[in-house]
Design a protein around this ligand. Structure first.
Ligand code: PLP
Length: 331
């Protein structure tokens, strides 16, 4: 099966990360370092924030749920955009929150409408940039303005699971925003560009008061020793990061060109995936599966006419395009 459903890195993980994880198995009879010191120091120096501002999670999904647990009581509000990541709804359910889902604009976040929907009982707002599954990207100035205008009783969780895939022109400094705003937390993951999805490790960055709240609800041994070791090695392997970035850029271009040439609607994407419209998306999903290619159906998002396709290796992209062309032909 060619795995193009879950936005994993088609290059796998870096050799340095693999070696570090293997070596860490020597200590796996012992409990992990609950303070995550080594990895936090490495992140701290890369991000230029104090190590105490960092919370490690079992994937960044755990940072999302820990934030909900730390900030939201039953009946209080959690808000996100239509077509926002499914885990936002799960986090809201976990804490029995009132849910507000703000209609999207052009498949992306409508920041003005989201701000207008905040009320006295709203406690948490999720924003994904780029967004999964749509691939949309917000204008940094508008995003910064949104965070600045957010009332102090609301925590903003900025989900940057795909930030490593942004081009130099698209990049912005969210760490500077964290330094300015005590109610902002930025969540990032090692699951996507760093290729460590199976090891489950991500992190959140926030000022000390919010970080302490997160740590107050964090299970003591939520991240494993091999995961932390691999993450630290992955962080240092800039060659692998560059190869990942460049492969995604060329694959995304090649895939969108090929799919558009087949007459399909492809939304521009800032991530390592494309959202594609099909005349019959469920039939295409099944047709690709039958040809050994797994992509993601978007029914849970209400996007029943679209599929999300992860960028792959050149030969995987080629196989995908051939399989799509074949499945489009009337039987
Ligand atoms: C993949 C993803 C995450 C993080 O997943 P983890 O594996 O838990 O780190 C978070 N947010 C979005 C939008 C994602 O697509």
């Amino acid at each position: 099966m060619i795995p193009l459903a879950s936005n994993e890195n088609p290059l796998g993980m870096s050799d340095a990360a693999r070696q570090a994880a293997a070596q860490a198995l020597d200590n796996a009879a012992l409990y992990p370092d609950s303070s995550g010191r080594g990895l936090k120091l490495a992140l701290s120096s890369q991000l230029d924030v104090p190590a105490e501002w960092i919370t490690l999670g079992s994937g960044s999904c755990e940072i999302l749920t820990l934030t909900a647990q730390a900030c939201v009581s039953p009946g209080e509000g959690v808000l996100w955009s239509q077509y926002g990541f499914l885990v936002y709804g799960q986090a809201a359910s976990l804490v029995h929150a009132r849910r507000t889902v703000v209609p999207a604009r052009d498949f992306g976040h409508d920041l003005d409408a989201m701000l207008a929907a905040v009320d006295d009982s709203t406690r948490l707002v999720f924003v994904a940039n780029p967004n999964n599954p749509t691939g949309t990207l917000l204008d940094p100035a508008q995003l910064q303005d949104f965070i600045t205008r957010m009332p102090a009783h609301v925590t903003v969780l900025l989900d940057e699971a795909y930030t490593e895939y942004l081009t130099p022109e698209q990049r912005y400094d969210s760490m500077a925003w964290v330094r300015q705003h005590p109610n902002l937390i930025v969540a990032r993951t090692f699951s996507k560009a760093y290729g460590l999805a199976g090891l489950r490790i991500g992190y959140g960055v926030a000022q000390p008061a919010l970080s302490q709240q997160l740590n107050g609800v964090r299970p003591r041994f939520n991240v494993t020793t091999p995961a932390m070791a691999a993450a630290q090695a992955a962080l240092a392997d800039t060659d692998f990061q560059q190869r990942t970035y460049e492969l995604n850029l060329s694959s995304r271009t090649e895939l969108s060109r090929g799919l558009r040439a087949l007459g399909l609607g492809v939304l521009p994407s800032a991530g390592n995936f494309l959202m594609v419209q099909f005349p019959d998306a469920p039939a295409m999903h099944a047709g690709l599966l039958a040809q050994g290619i797994e992509v993601s159906a978007l029914g849970p998002y209400g996007l029943t006419d679209r599929l999300r396709i992860t960028t792959g290796l050149p030969e995987q992209n080629h196989a995908l395009l051939t399989a799509v062309a074949r499945a489009l032909q009337p039987a």
